[in-house]
Ligand binder design. Structure first.
Ligand code: SF4
Length: 444
């Protein structure tokens, strides 16, 4: 893994979708032809709605506005400075900055922090960096642990919490050491998580740190807790101490890159709105052949294209390995914390396989429009589900299960004559990493 270097751009097109968060799209604050500078408000959260402000990360001219996005043609030279925020209090600055959950959820952070916690409440930083390949959160902690600690202290102050926890996987030994050296606040402790997927799931973190297993419809507030992603915590520090709006994003760019070396690259402070294609260029360029481009991590990422913009929730860009040719008939086993049914269907189609059966992990329960796991990462047994897919005529199974459940699938599917494919295979093959299969052979 190496730190990537961003080259300064000549004139480029940057795109800013009006909805990069959970809630209502932001309302436009600029018009076509307007000149804008870095840190200028492009679109704002309307009163009485859940949402987030959106700022320009570049200087340039608004070239186009549609129902869904604002497009800016950048100036040839870009400054690092930005227009500062105007508010004074921490919560108002976090809201004004447009900060949302940067781990992929996109929930507006001010809404998470707007109510004080009970006296025994705790703010937990999710520093699990749970998705394989992604490394930008841990790299940021290793570089500047004090920023994360300061961001956590601000969040604790906002919700009047007396306790803070930094939850981080035990494998990140250097980051843990750096945090321990920087930590002088006795109210904050570090909790080490096992190296399993999905330890970064919100309720898994609460279970591992507080010993409380919340129901699938429960919110962290029921455990008197608030969980905030690691980069979000750092951006809170920037908003409050530096009056910086959310305009930059840390990310990992990986996979089938030219030259076949440095397959995982870390970028810090990438201006939001830059194109996916440009980021791969800055990482050395795409290899001549690859299977697909993924935005996000190997488990939960979605297929993207070179024209798509980097948005607030973009943590990873991965050029996956070319698809293996699948069997004629394949069965899908869907996890609540991994690729969903539609994503598995997309992968199966790319493998040239026909889906003959779909099963869901029995711990995956529908909640609103998605699935939630009853007890994330603790396998309830998958043999029945694999048998059902075999009965449906599948010659192989394509799964998105957590580490523990993938291990269980491996204990039965091969014996039934079924080849096992995992939704993460293309991404992991592209960086020569071990595949998610049996736990003792897997390093997610
Ligand atoms: S137990 Fe099932 S639903 Fe839960 S994380 Fe594992 S595979 Fe996914």
């Amino acid at each position: 893994m190496v730190m990537g270097k961003r080259s300064e751009s000549v004139k480029k097109i940057y795109r800013f979708p009006l909805k990069q968060h959970i809630g209502a799209p932001a309302a436009r604050a600029v018009a076509p032809g307007d000149n804008v500078v870095r840190g200028q408000l492009l679109a704002f959260r309307e009163e009485e709605t859940l949402g987030a402000n959106i700022y320009s990360s570049v200087s340039g001219v608004v070239s186009e506005i549609s129902e869904t996005e604002i497009i800016i043609e950048t100036d040839e030279k870009q400054a690092k400075e930005y227009l500062p925020l105007k508010q004074e209090t921490p919560l108002a600055l976090i809201e004004e900055a447009g900060i949302v959950g940067l781990g992929g959820a996109g929930f507006p952070t001010y809404a998470k922090l707007q109510h004080p916690l009970p006296p025994d409440g705790v703010v937990i930083v999710n520093a699990a960096e749970c998705e394989p390949i992604l490394g930008h959160n841990i790299a940021a902690i290793e570089k500047d642990p004090a920023q994360l600690i300061r961001g956590l202290q601000i969040a604790m102050e906002v919700v009047k919490a007396e306790k803070g926890i930094i939850a981080i996987k035990e494998i990140h030994t250097e980051a843990i050491e750096r945090l321990q050296q920087a930590l002088t606040d006795e109210r904050i402790r570090i909790v080490k998580l096992p190296n399993l997927y999905p330890m970064g799931e919100e309720r898994a973190i609460i279970r591992e740190t507080l010993g409380v297993l919340l129901g699938v419809e429960s919110l962290p507030s029921e455990a008197h807790a608030i969980v905030i992603n690691a980069e979000t915590t750092c951006r809170i520090q920037e908003a409050v101490d530096l009056k910086k709006p959310l305009i930059d994003k840390n990310m990992t760019v990986a996979g089938k890159l030219k030259g076949n070396r440095d397959l995982i690259r870390i970028f810090e402070d990438v201006p939001i709105g830059i194109s996916v294609g440009e980021m791969f260029e800055q990482a050395g360029g795409l290899a001549d052949s690859y299977g697909e481009l993924i935005m996000g991590g190997p488990f939960t990422g979605k297929r993207t294209s070179p024209d798509a913009p980097v948005i607030k929730t973009t943590g990873g860009l991965i050029a996956a390995e070319c698809f293996l040719k699948g069997p004629e008939k394949i069965g899908l086993l869907v996890c609540a914390c991994g690729a969903d049914k539609e994503r598995l269907e997309q992968i199966a189609e790319s493998m040239g396989s026909k889906v003959v059966g779909v099963e869901y992990c029995k711990q995956a329960h529908p909640v609103k429009s998605s699935l939630k796991c009853e007890n994330p990462g603790r396998c309830p047994g998958q043999v029945q589900k694999v048998l059902a897919l075999k009965k449906a005529g599948a010659q192989a199974v394509l799964i998105s299960n957590c580490t523990d459940c993938s291990n269980t699938v491996m204990s039965c599917a091969p014996q039934l004559g079924l080849t096992v494919y995992h939704c993460t295979d293309g991404a992991l093959r592209a960086v020569n990493a071990k595949l998610v299969r049996r736990i003792r052979e897997t390093a997610p």
